[in-house]
Design a protein around this ligand. Structure first.
Ligand SMILES: NC(=O)c1ccc[n+]([C@@H]2O[C@H](COP(=O)([O-])OP(=O)(O)OC[C@H]3O[C@@H](n4cnc5c(N)ncnc54)[C@H](O)[C@@H]3O)[C@@H](O)[C@H]2O)c1
Length: 248
């Protein structure tokens, strides 16, 4: 598959989880990939295993580092065709009114400001026909208790996606994906355990009509579709990758 030959794809949060799968998917379809993450060693490992890739360290909440990431992509590959603003973090599950103010602010710094900064620095360099895709969450549309600041931050990503899409059309398409729960590093950050307990896993799966959590490949598939020519008329789409979780 070579749908993305001669394309430069930037992926944040690409040292693991969804971002790594997204990077691998675009690389498998011919793209040169900029593997960006706070975890430089992890990013280097992923980039080193791809046919054409560089690794860049970034804290996506930092304006200067976003500008530097864009410059690194341009220095290596001259343009950016697809920008995947995927990096994001949850907080430990807790009722909203028990949250620390700093933890609330951190959700918006990492999960929302990152998408604004990606757009601000990357879009002026993106050619006509390119696309910006972000990772929101189904919890941004259908929140459940315990992760309210996180869910609100993903709701903001959805609104930002739809507003920005109207501003930069028809040159750049702006979409996001809304995955359901998936067994990535996210579990550790949200629960303190590398894997959900059997009881917790069963409770999560019980709410998903397709009977399983999302895989990183489910998310990567959606990214590849949204970036492809087949999705050339789609902008402002917030695509549920949730096995039907949000129906009920
Ligand atoms: N896994 C889920 O259940 C789930 C569901 C819906 C949405 N999401 C979203 O998917 C995205 C990817 O998460 P994941 O599940 O792959 O988690 P993950 O923890 O496996 O991967 C996140 C990656 O982002 C990197 N990262 C964290 N903070 C960063 C920062 N400030 N700057 C740059 N990189 C940073 C981490 O080093 C890590 O490599 C996030 O936006 C997350 O909110 C996850």
């Amino acid at each position: 598959m070579t749908r993305f030959s001669d394309k430069c794809v930037v992926v944040t949060g690409a040292a693991g989880g969804f971002g790594e799968a997204i990077a691998r998917r675009f690389a498998a379809e011919g793209a040169a990939v900029v593997v960006a993450d706070l975890d430089l060693a992890g990013a280097q490992t992923v980039a080193g295993s791809l046919p054409e890739a560089i690794a860049v360290q970034i804290d996506v909440a930092d304006a200067g580092q976003n500008a530097a990431l864009v410059q690194a992509a341009l220095d290596s590959y001259k343009k950016i065709d697809v920008y995947c603003a995927n990096a994001g973090v949850p907080h430990r599950a807790a009722p909203l009114i028990n949250m620390e103010v700093e933890d609330f602010d951190r959700m918006f710094e990492i999960n929302v400001r990152s998408v604004f900064l990606a757009a601000k620095y990357a879009i002026p360099h993106m050619p006509s026909g390119s696309s910006l895709i972000s990772t929101a969450s189904i919890a941004g549309k259908r929140p459940r208790p315990g992760l309210t600041p996180y869910n609100a931050s993903k709701g903001a990503v959805i609104t930002l996606t739809r507003g920005l899409a109207t501003e930069v059309a028809p040159d750049v398409r702006v979409n996001c994906v809304c995955p359901v729960s998936s067994p990535t590093g996210f579990d550790l950050n949200a629960t303190g355990q590398a894997q959900l307990s059997n009881e917790m896993n069963a409770a999560v799966v019980a709410g998903i009509p397709m009977g399983r959590r999302a895989s990183a490949e489910d998310v990567a598939n959606a990214y590849a579709f949204l970036a492809s020519e087949e999705a050339g008329f789609l902008t402002g789409v917030c695509l549920d990758i949730d096995g039907g979780r949000s129906i009920q």
